[in-house]
Design a protein. Structure first.
Length: 156
């Protein structure tokens, strides 16, 4: 059962422990199995955390804060999570946020209208906040991207 879980996708020790508990496997038996899997490196929380950060930061463009929360939910200790998050530089995180804003900015948007620009800013900052970006960072990045598009040929 544990091997089947690992063939579907990488899992943390806590996730596998929860699966075994769902199947009413006695805790001492589950711990022995998990210890053995860890011994032979079929379970490695540090490796799992590195892979999780790489995957989620690329596919979902999540900020470090969101990734840290997700890792905690998966049972990854703060030190292991911090080590995994080191692979993301501040520049990488900012580039991902800019990419998201650029992708969500609708062509033909009139950024010269103050009310419309405010509405777009709120929408884009909210989107970044849901991805775990800090409010000050989100407002700055959205402002910079909108400023770079002001007067661009695709504006109405």
């Amino acid at each position: 059962m544990v091997l089947r879980q690992l063939t579907n996708s990488a899992k943390s020790r806590l996730q596998l422990s929860r699966k075994l508990a769902e199947r009413n496997i006695p805790e001492d038996v589950a711990e022995a199995v998990l210890d053995r899997f860890q011994e032979v490196r079929l379970i490695d929380d540090a490796e799992f955390a590195d892979m999780w950060v790489r995957s989620r930061s690329q596919s979902r463009k999540l900020a470090k804060g969101s990734l840290r929360r997700e890792l905690a939910e998966k049972g990854i200790d703060p030190e292991t999570a911090a080590a995994a998050l080191e692979q993301l530089s501040d520049a990488d995180e900012e580039a991902a946020a800019r990419q998201l804003v650029e992708r969500k900015l609708r062509p033909g948007t009139d950024l010269s209208d103050g009310a419309e620009r405010d509405k777009i800013t709120r929408r884009l900052v909210s989107m970044l906040a849901r991805k775990g970006y800090q409010p000050s960072q989100a407002f700055r990045i959205v402002g910079e991207v909108l400023d770079s598009h002001r007067g661009a040929p695709h504006d109405v």
